[in-house]
Structures are given as C-alpha cells and as structure tokens.
Design a protein around this ligand. Structure first.
Ligand code: BGC
Length: 749
C-alpha cells in the first residue's frame, strides 16, 4: 500500500499540514481531501481600527482616487498617508509584461520577463490539485518579484461551448473539477502575499457580444454549474478580489448587478475583498458603485478623470446622490486588501518572490508533463523506440511555434519557451536524423471578412489553402523517414479572447496535410497542440496514433518530447468533451448559442458530458478520457458503510492494478447517479470525486476517494437551499466518464 495515498485520502484534515511537507510531483492527489487541505483563514480584521483612522484623514478626492484606474493597471495611492497604488497584472498564463501607464503599448522594459505557465486547459488536464497548488505558488512568487499586489487570475468560467474563444484559458466544463483545482491554486497564490482576482464573475461563457449580451439561466443551473468554483474560491480559498464580468446577467451588467455582487457574493458567501471591474466593464457611477463594484478599471474615456468612478463620482457626492459613507465602504475594503497582502502594515514580512528561476521552469514542466493526453495508440508506435531509429520527420508549424504570446489579450514575455522541435533535437540520440518540414502556413484573412450570423465582430478567419510546395516537402520528409511526427492544431491567434471560433474545423488546411503525410508514411504520429476541441473525426478514423497537448508553457516542448520518448508516461485526461460534431454540444443542440442581445442557457444543468450522457449522444472523446502507456484494472470497489447521514463523508476505495510493464498514473474518477427517481431533473452522472494515483508496473494500489454527502445535494430553488435527497446513489468509478470499471451503491438517510 502506498503510504502517500493514505496521507492524502484517508488522513484527517488536521494532519494535512505535515503531509504537505513531503510532497513531490510523483505523489498521489485526491480532489476532496486536497481541497480541504487548502482551506484558508481569510482576511483578518486586525487592522480595521487603523483603517478607520486612515480613512478619517482622507479627503474626498483622495478616496475617489483609490476607486478608479489611474494607469492601465493601478489605481491612485495617497502618499502622505502611506497608501500605495494597487499594482495589478494579468494573468492566467504568467505575469504579463509591463505596458505603458497610459496605453496598451509594451513599456519596452528589460526586467519584465516571466515564466510562461501552461494555459488553463493544460492545468485542468492534469486532474491534479497538487499541480494547481504548484501553479498558484509559483506564479504568486513571480507576481511578488514583479511588485504586484493583485494577479488578475485564475480565469475559470465554465467551458459551455467548445468554440468559446477563451476555452484555452479556462479550465473545464465540470464544476467539481473546476473547484477542486481552483481552491488549491488560490490559496497557494495568496500565501505569497498577492491577491487572486478570480474571474470573470460570472456567466461569462462566450466572447460573442461579451460586452452587451444578457445571459439568462434558471437559478438551479447558476448554482450547480456556473457558481460552484467561484463559491469555493470565496468560501474556502478566501480569494481577496473578484473581477466583475463584461456581460449582463438577468438584465443588469455584472458590474451593476446587486444580486450577484451583494446578495450572492457578500451576503451569502461572506466575501470581504474588492470587486474590480473587467477592463471597461463599468457603465454607470451610482448604480455600479452601490451594486458593489469597488474599483473601476480600463474604461475607454479620454482621461482617467473621466472614468465613472472619478470626476462623475466626486460630482455625485457633491450633489448628494451618493453618500460619502458609501465611498468610505469601498475605500475601506481596498485598504483591507492592501493590509492582507502586506502592502501596508507588516510590509517587512512580505514575501519577496522570485522570477524566471529554474525552479519555476521546473514547476511549469511538472504541470505540462502531467497534462499531455494520449488519445490513441493502437499500433503502439508510442513511446517512440529510439533503438535502431535512423530518421524521424518532424512536420507542422506547431513544431516550432511558441505560444506565450498571440491573439487578443494577455500573454507573457518569456525568454524561455522550448518548442517541440528544440526538445526533440536535444533529446533524440545524435544518430537519429531529423527531417523537418513546416507543412502549412498560419495565415489569416483581414478581420472584416469574418462572418458568424452577423454577431461576431472580431473573427480570425484562417486561410485554409495549403501551399503545394510545402505539402511536397512534408511528404518527402515523411517518405524518407522511419517515422513521421506531425505537430498540428491551432495557436493563440486563432483561439483568442474577444472572438469565438466559427466551427470546429482544423484551420490552415491541416486536414489535407495530415492525410498526405499519413499516405506517405503509415507510421505517422499526429500531435495536436491546441486549447479547445476540434473536428478530429477523420484523424481518429484513419490514424493509429494521436496525442493532445496544450499551450503548455515555457517547458511545453520538453514535456511533450518526454511523453513521445517514453520518459514520461502520459496521464492527462480531457477536461471537456470532444464532440463528434458541434451540433451535438448542448449550447448548439438547443440552438441557444450564440444568441443575440440575450443568450438563454436552454440546456440548463446539462452542460458538457452531463448532456451527452443524459441524452445518449456519443462523443468523439469523452470527458475524463486519456490513455497511458500501461493499462489499469479496477477491482473491489467498496464504500466504508452502507448508510450515511447528511453530515457524513463517504469513503470509497478501489484497488487499481497496473497490468502493464510501465509505471503510470491513473485518474480514478467517481461519478454519482441518483437511482430510483428524483424530485428534480438529474444528469445521468456527475463527477463527485477523483484521485490521481501513481501505480507501479505489476502492482496494485488501494485508491481512496472521499465524498462528503453534501456534495450529492441539488440546489432547491423553492427553499433556496442545497438539499440532499434521501435514497440510493450509485457511484460509478471509471477512467473516463464513459469507461466505468466499478460501481458502489450507497444509501443516504
Ligand atoms: C480581460 C481580462 C483582463 C483584462 C485586463 C480584459 O479584456 O477580459 O481577463 O484581465 O482585459 O487585461
């Protein structure tokens, strides 16, 4: 029995601190227990009296200066009272480069390089909360080294449609996986004395019309699908700040939405931090401030004084339409955040951080190496056997493409990004000849030519014609090589903030290239590097070997090469469903996406695999899917008791046997189904726990998954309460949502 497994999944939460010391990346991580380990204390009230005193000395102008942007990424400080500017930076992929104070132009500095971390899809494909903690700590240290108080991350809106422009940046279609990763991320980030700004709150699930669309969904769907990770980030991880989204929800812009910002966020969840608007998401003064927005950023006005929370706010106070007490409330919250991150108060004790260090590149490598998903290996071409290998064709623009920058939105300026070709050159024996061909060009038509039912304003339309000369070079390289590896997929110009994709087709004519290379060399390995689902039907049908990687950070190429060469056994699992066709996905099957002025989430709670499983629609690759170079069998699935009360925690164990010849990690996934009917519509199955376990070749590990009975609750709209229905639940244990290998039934009193 692996002691480390016991440490994570069976020990009491109180013992967790000592377990944490021993962690290495080889260990086992379980969703529920690891998340419990990371429950944070939150902002202290220790400085409240001091804050009152400071505010009593401030002029109205000084107070108002703190509530709006005074450069692209700061507000205004009050020097004589020792209040610094709040320094913010994007974002999800690493600490963004510095830009000019008053424009989006790069500042041209030489000290703003950072580590590029795997984008959200890569992190979530690890299915490893420990990796999320590593991510949070590492990027937190970088934020501090760059002098930041708030990191505008993590971004984790639910992946509702596969074509969403920010799917690469967000984590998953599943609320449980989402919160299991977000809690350790936020806690570990904030332990570095930098605030998380969790975003985008909320229901910001599409880029099409994101600045105006009015999202409508029923309350149960909101609570069960779109809010759980936000709720956990506030109630468990105690995130210090929240970003108000661009869109409207039930008629009100999110930054003017008192239901979301006051009733839910503060009254129900006890949020004590600040709400920062997304950049230019504020549309009013009194309404936005009184609804709960604390800091207005990015508004597109001639000067910062023209922001809604600048001169117009001063005038509103003078005219008596906004009270000074209201202003004080927001100023005090901001000061509380500054004390919480030690930008005020115990400044000497503040974490100093470090940036672009070998340790951080190793963190990025560890995350990336657990994220690569093996989709197909039916001829065992992988791992590549280098013994006797004389030549390899490396084909495709993604063999040499870097992904730290691109498209609209935040990127990272990094000195260090290893491409797949760099890594293969360094790792293959020198006796192996590498025959490289780019294969296709990544070019776009001008934006104005993009059309999507006249609603998408900014579409990147790829040029899909292949260059015959490039194809001929690729075919020649494939023909003269023992094996061909194609690096295809997408890039960050094609998958980008501010526009959704028009369809799932592979851009730049790549399908033609895949077909031609496969015809030239039957030993072709197709590697996709992308952040969102694509149409892989033809590739799946005609190719034996398919690998999926992500915009995977500074060390993405090294991690991928190590998987291809067998140094790392792949253990990534898809964090969303790959549909056969777009119309199979719930937001499209119900014809609700992309909506118009209003977007009604007609599929309700049946998002992602919940829809596919409940409606019996077969996906191309299911949620949670991913193969390994070894095989696993599950046996003896059991629960510790037959019957449970609502406050109990159910302990499920299952023996996982590694039946192959390679050590490997398996993600044991637990899906719950209510048997024997329910008062409400239920999804066929819902993820309620998972554990990623390292199992040595030939050995068996007992894997534990803990399910607090409360996790089985549904949101009762009538009583406004989470309610656990009594009766029988079946727990399905699988290596994906569709590969169920064991079942356990439990009774809830
Ligand atoms: C994005 C945010 C980002 C902000 C500042 C907005 O366009 O939606 O995620 O933090 O810009 O760069």
């Amino acid at each position: 029995m692996n002691k480390k497994i016991l440490c994570f999944s069976a020990a009491a939460v109180l013992l967790m601190a000592s377990c944490k010391e021993e962690k290495t990346t080889d260990e086992t991580a379980s969703s529920g227990e690891v998340a419990a380990t990371y429950e944070a204390k939150g902002m202290s009230d220790e400085y409240d009296a001091k804050i009152d005193e400071i505010v009593s000395k401030m002029t109205l102008e000084e107070k108002v200066g703190m509530l709006h942007g005074y450069s692209m990424f700061t507000n205004q400080g009050v020097e004589h009272l020792g209040i610094p500017e709040v320094h913010m930076a994007d974002g999800p992929l690493g600490v963004r480069e510095e830009i000019e104070r008053m424009s989006w132009k790069p500042a041209g500095r030489t000290d703003d390089f950072a580590t590029f971390y795997p984008a959200g899809g890569g992190l979530s494909a690890t299915w490893n909360p420990e990796m999320a903690a590593t991510f949070g700590k590492s990027i937190g240290e970088e934020s501090r080294a760059r002098g930041k108080d708030i990191l505008l991350a993590p971004a984790f809106n639910i992946v509702r449609t596969p074509v969403g422009g920010r799917t690469f940046e967000y984590l998953t279609e599943d609320p449980f996986l989402n919160k299991s990763l977000i809690v350790p991320y936020v806690v570990s980030l904030q332990e570095q004395d930098v605030a998380a700004c969790i975003k985008h709150f909320a229901a910001n699930n599409q880029e099409t019309n994101r600045g105006t669309v009015d999202v409508q969904m029923d309350e149960r769907t909101l609570r069960e699908i779109y809010l759980p990770a936000f709720e956990a980030a506030i109630t468990k991880a105690k995130a210090y700040s929240v970003m108000g989204a661009y869109n409207k929800f039930r008629g009100d812009f999110l930054c003017e939405n008192s239901y979301m910002l006051q009733d839910v966020l503060r009254d129900e969840w006890g949020f004590k931090g600040i709400v920062i608007s997304d950049w230019a998401a504020v549309h009013s003064t009194k309404k936005a401030l009184e609804a709960g927005t604390d800091l207005e950023m990015g508004t597109n006005k001639p000067t910062f004084d023209d922001f809604y929370f600048a001169k117009p706010l001063l005038e509103a106070v003078k005219a008596g339409t906004v009270t000074e007490a209201e202003i004080d409330k927001h100023v005090k919250r901001t000061l509380k955040l500054l004390f919480a991150v030690k930008a005020m108060g115990d400044t000497a004790g503040r974490a100093k951080g470090s940036i672009s260090t070998d340790a951080h590149f190793k963190d990025a490598y560890n995350i990336a190496s657990e994220s690569v998903v093996l989709l197909k290996n039916s001829e065992n071409l992988l791992p590549l056997k280098t013994d006797g290998l004389k030549s390899i064709a490396v084909i495709g623009a993604n063999a040499t493409k870097t992904h730290a920058q691109g498209g609209f939105g935040a990127g990272v300026k990094t000195k260090h990004e290893i491409t797949p070709l760099d890594a293969l050159k360094a790792k293959l024996p020198s006796s192996v000849a590498i025959n490289y061909a780019a294969g296709y060009k990544t070019e776009f038509k001008p934006r104005s030519e993009g059309k999507f039912g006249d609603v998408v304003q900014e579409v990147n339309v790829p040029i899909n014609t292949l260059d015959p000369k490039m194809i001929a070079e690729a075919v020649a390289a494939a023909k003269k090589s023992d094996v061909a590896v194609l690096f295809v997929g997408a890039n960050r110009d094609y998958e980008t903030e501010a526009s959704d994709r028009m369809d799932l087709s592979l851009p730049f004519g790549q399908q033609g290239l895949i077909d031609a290379v496969k015809a030239a060399n039957p030993k072709t390995i197709v590697v996709f590097i992308a952040g969102a689902p694509y149409d892989l039907n033809k590739t799946e049908k005609e190719n034996s070997t398919i690998v999926w990687s992500w915009y995977n950070g500074s060390e993405g190429g090294n991690a991928l090469a190590d998987v291809l060469l067998g140094k790392v056994n792949p253990s990534g699992k898809l964090p969303w469903t790959m549909p056969v066709k777009l119309e199979d996905s719930p937001a499209h099957a119900t014809k609700s996406f992309p909506g118009g002025a209003t977007e009604e989430y007609k599929e309700g709670i049946l998002v992602g695999y919940r829809w596919f499983d409940t409606k019996n629609v077969t996906p191309l690759y299911p949620f949670g899917y991913g193969l390994s170079y070894t095989t696993f069998e599950f046996a003896n699935a059991k629960a510790d008791k037959k019957e449970y009360a609502t406050d109990d925690t159910i302990t499920v164990t299952v023996d996982v046997k590694n039946t192959g010849k390679t050590d490997g990690k398996e993600v044991v996934q637990l899906y719950a189904s209510k048997t024997g009917g329910s008062k409400v519509t239920r999804a066929n199955k819902e993820l309620k726990g998972f554990t990623k376990a390292l199992v040595k070749a030939g050995s068996t590990e007992s894997v534990t998954i803990k399910v607090p009975v409360k996790e089985l609750a549904y949101y009762d709209v009538a009583t406004k309460k989470w309610t656990v229905e009594s009766g029988t639940y079946t727990f399905k244990l699988g290596s994906s949502s569709r590969d169920i290998k064991g079942e356990v039934s439990v009774n809830i009193k």
